[in-house]
Design a protein around this ligand. Structure first.
Ligand code: Z5A
Length: 226
């Protein structure tokens, strides 16, 4: 593992792809198996990053341009990495993160038209060596993901955020960009069909994750008793 004893697993995909649903399911399974698990998200996941989340998702930063937004996502990520992710991995925790660098590559890089060099340089400095052991890209047609997200949105009070409000064609372009990423980094990125039932998707997720997970650490007492 590139960053200590733990395992770093990220989930990516468009709106309503099922990331939160699958992260929670995977966390339950891994905890039952004896792993220490941390569920976190971006933008957010640390005190500093959560403070920036509202600025980004409310659209307050949009008028200042995509460079500004990308830099704010990066600032939030830096705090999240150094305050939460790196220490958790060093303690042997399995970290499950809802979105990470690939979201910046796709949302700000591809559909935001930000120069690839700028995106790459920002990423390198901010992650500072902490890259996912595996990235699960949940693949769902944009229209179905948006329908799911809207259905869920009508039952919570928040309403659509700055990104959810964009055109279907933009969401479809992101779907393709995530698929391209899976092709260009096949070792790290696994494309998972997200259109099946939550149970079917969970099985595919577990199958992919099993290839990178270390054995859970057995507590000392029970190890002696064996
Ligand atoms: N962003 C960015 O631009 N740059 C960056 O670097 C980063 C992020 C890190 C964060 O939004 C926004 O920030 C995001 C990109 C941008 N754009 N937007 N919008 P967020 O954190 O508020 O939300 P999200 O990441 O987009 O996730 P989501 O919309 O909440 O969707 P999800 O987590 O993938 O899906 P879900 O909540 O698990 O499921 C959605 C609904 O579908 C729910 O009612 C489920 O019960 C249902 N569901 C789930 N799975 C299934 C299946 N298999 N079948 C049927 N129904 C299902």
């Amino acid at each position: 593992m590139s960053q200590g004893k733990g395992c770093f697993i990220t989930f990516e995909g468009g709106e309503g792809a099922g990331k939160s649903t699958q992260i929670n399911r995977l966390a339950d399974v891994l905890r039952r198996r004896g792993h220490d698990v941390l569920v976190t998200r971006e933008p957010g996941g640390s005190q500093g990053a959560e403070a920036v989340r509202h600025i980004l998702l409310s659209g307050q930063a949009e008028e200042f341009g995509v460079r500004m937004e990308a830099t704010l996502f990066a600032a939030a990520r830096s705090d999240h990495v150094e305050q939460v992710i790196r220490p958790a991995l060093a303690e042997g925790t399995v970290v499950l993160c809802d979105r990470y660098v690939d979201s910046t590559r796709v949302y700000q890089g591809v559909t935001g038209n930000l120069e690839p060099g700028f995106v790459r340089n920002l990423e390198r400095v901010v992650v500072n060596g902490v890259m996912p052991d595996i990235t699960l890209i949940l693949d769902v047609p944009a229209e179905s993901g948006l329908t799911r997200a809207r259905k869920r949105g009508s039952s919570d009070s928040a309403g659509p955020d700055r990104f959810e409000k964009e055109e279907v064609a933009t969401h479809e372009m992101r779907r393709q960009a995530f698929r391209d990423l899976a092709q260009s980094e096949p070792k790290r990125c696994k494309l998972i069909d997200g259109t099946g039932s939550p149970d079917a998707v969970a099985l595919a997720v577990l199958d992919a994750v099993d290839s990178v997970l270390p054995e859970p650490v057995v507590p000392e007492k029970s190890a002696k008793g064996r």
